[in-house]
Write a protein that binds this ligand. Structure first.
Ligand code: ATP
Length: 625
């Protein structure tokens, strides 16, 4: 079982980097929509400020009860001054007060419900935006880069990590809300007594500074958690990808052990973090309680405040302390999930930087009429010392079947990728009907191409859904059956329990390899492309089925589809109109079948001889084996 190289792991987030990442997240949140970030923030702040409002209203009620002789008297507040704050002179009856109390609770409930829904909408839109932008970047990135990336890493980024980004955004908003709330309460505190405000601020700041080691620990834990999750994703992907061969040689236990070990490590790390988190919160709470005690002591002995002010200050302090506590807790939680944001952002940037220059607006390419030409092309894969193609030229004539043959690694698939415009040669040109295709035209060109590979991709759906997936518009049953017949698939589809409506399992797992290939071929035929590439597309079929498909391919070519077939078996090559033999990225032989058969040591002749076709001349149109 092969394992894609693990992407290099970044370092845990340093404080400066964490701040930069949090700021970039805020920028992205703001970009979610006109003012929605600010509305969400205002709602959060209002929600937190009105949290205790109805409870606070109980104070005058209690005051009223203590003043009255048990009847429904009026509460007389009179004119009060708390520092620079002037409370209005008003009186209110108990029933009104209780009604206001209930009314406030109802308002609060409705407000909180609306706030939660709005916040969830903003966060979901933000996460979906990130998901779509990553998806878009992935679909527009150069094929040679994407094909080298680890599928598990991409899957992890698009699913698991995006969920954690939701939490990142939530914690960032919570921190901002706590900071704004804190500023408002400090302003109130300031109106009552500025020395006590400074003391409160000092206590809180010192407590936050003292807690720095706990935040660093959270950052380290977040980093470890990120690596472990990635590891688990890869283990599961490897296990599922190679399930059959693993089970065939009793190697599933190894995957299980690796998975269990990773889960154990995650559990161990999480327990450590929870312990550290709880210790941190406990210490923080303790320091705030000590601070409150010192606060009262100083307020009475040093600042000499009267009781009304002390009570007012304490009420405000009771709202300030949880905010400091919340800031610490939210910062820790943010640091745990922030590596997911960093990873998705880095990945998105990497993919955007590797954007295919044909990814923009497409230029229309007129339907293929005469030929596709590669002229003197050279191509080297990234980090590869050897050129995959080296000054190669060839011409694919429209309406013909052209075969590419050659030893493994000679460059056949690379030629196919160039012909389809999936990759661009470092030098040389690709032209269609004499026009050299630039980046924009390459995209337009791909409107006319279709590709069937050895490992065909089928969706988890019915045969019909798989066939209709690649076609333009609705298909009539007669058309579908005709394509199935051409792909030599009609007989087995008829025998399926529900015919066309039979579900074929995840990636067509309920079909045999050869049946999967034939469904993929039928789907390609239905698409009616101008240019069709078959890259070992019938490798899982027996020779009779291959011969049958060879004739269909020939018919398709005659009806206007230009076909390139790549195969190691003669049955999918010998019917071709023109054959190119490749070696080390160059064309070493080309011509019509009979011409090549006449060359005693030619690649084509050797290929046919090796497979027992020694005395068989290449097929002419309409011939069968
Ligand atoms: N994604 C890649 N990254 C690096 N090198 C690659 C990549 N794909 C192919 N190569 C190299 O390029 C050369 C040509 O490969 P290519 O797949 O075109 O050969 P091929 O003739 O189609 O082989 P096969 O018959 O085995 O499919 C080989 O040396 C191969 O190792």
């Amino acid at each position: 079982m092969t394992r894609a190289p693990a992407p290099p792991q970044p370092e845990p987030l340093a404080p400066g980097e964490a701040l930069r990442n949090a700021l970039s997240l805020i920028r992205e949140l703001r970009a979610t929509g006109a003012g929605r970030f600010w509305i969400a923030l205002v709602l959060l702040v209002l929600g937190s400020l009105t949290e205790g409002l109805s409870v606070l209203l109980l104070l005058p009620v209690l005051h009223l009860l203590s003043q009255s002789d048990g009847g429904l008297g009026r509460i007389e507040l009179g004119q009060h001054h708390i520092g620079a704050l002037n409370l209005p002179d008003w009186s209110i009856g108990l029933p009104t007060l209780l009604l206001i109390f209930v009314g406030l609770a109802v308002f609060q409930m409705l407000f909180n419900r609306g706030k939660s829904v709005y916040l969830s909408d903003v966060l979901l839109d933000f996460t979906n935006r990130q998901r779509l932008s990553l998806f878009r970047a992935l679909s527009k990135a150069r094929w040679d880069r994407v094909s080298r990336m680890s599928g598990a890493e991409l899957e992890h980024a698009l699913t698991g990590e995006i969920e954690r980004i939701y939490m990142c955004a939530f914690y960032v908003l919570s921190i901002l809300q706590a900071m704004i709330g804190l500023a408002i309460y400090l302003a109130v505190c300031l109106a009552i007594s500025w020395p006590m405000t400074l003391i409160t601020l000092g206590f809180g700041t010192v407590a936050l500074l003292v807690m720095r080691p706990f935040r660093r620990r959270a950052a380290r834990f977040g980093h470890r958690l990120q690596s472990r999750r990635m590891e688990q994703f890869r283990t599961v992907a490897d296990f599922l990808g190679g399930l059959k061969s693993a089970r065939a040689s009793n190697r599933e236990a190894r995957h299980l052990d690796a998975f269990a070990a990773s889960l154990d490590q995650t559990k161990h790390d999480t327990r450590e973090f929870t312990r550290s988190n709880a210790t941190g919160s406990g210490l923080f709470q303790l320091s705030l309680t000590t601070g409150a005690a010192a606060f009262i002591f100083l307020a009475i002995t040093w600042a000499g405040l009267d009781l009304t002010r002390i009570v007012a200050l304490l009420l405000v302090a009771m709202r300030i302390a949880p905010r400091f506590l919340g800031l610490q807790g939210q910062a820790q939680q943010l640091l745990v999930s922030l590596p997911a944001w960093r990873h998705v952002r880095t990945l998105s940037r990497k993919l955007t930087a590797a954007q295919d220059d044909s990814a923009g607006e497409a230029t229309h390419v007129p339907p293929l009429a005469r030929s596709i030409q590669l002229q003197d092309v050279s191509y080297s894969y990234e980090d590869s010392a050897r050129a995959a193609l080296d000054g190669l030229s060839l011409t694919i004539r429209a309406g013909e079947v052209t075969a590419l043959i050659g030893a493994s690694g000679s460059g056949k698939s690379t030629v196919a990728d160039l012909l389809m415009g999936l990759i661009r040669a470092q030098s040389g040109t690709l032209s269609v009907d004499g026009t050299v295709l630039d980046a924009k035209a390459l995209r337009g060109w791909r409107e006319q191409t279709a590709y069937v590979a050895q490992e065909s991709f089928l969706i988890h759906g019915s045969v019909r859904a798989n066939l209709e997936g690649g076609a333009h518009g609705q298909l009539a049953d007669t058309e579908i059956w005709h394509a199935l017949e051409m792909a030599n698939a009609d007989a087995f589809v008829r025998e399926l329990p529900e015919g066309l409506e039979t579900r074929i399992g995840d990636r067509g797992v309920l079909l045999s390899g050869g049946q999967r290939q034939r469904i993929a071929l039928a789907a390609a035929f239905l698409r009616k492309p101008a240019f069709l590439v078959l890259d070992e597309a019938t490798s899982a079929l027996d020779w009779q089925a291959q011969d049958c498909i060879a004739h269909s391919v020939k018919r398709i070519a005659r009806s206007g589809t230009t076909v390139v077939t790549i195969a190691h078996r003669p049955s999918m090559v010998r019917f071709a109109d023109h054959i190119y033999a490749l070696k080390d990225g160059r064309v070493v032989e080309d011509g019509r079948g009979p011409e090549l058969m006449a060359r005693p040591d030619g690649t084509f002749r050797l290929m046919l001889q090796h497979e027992g076709y020694e005395n068989v001349v290449p097929l002419k149109t309409g011939e069968s084996h």
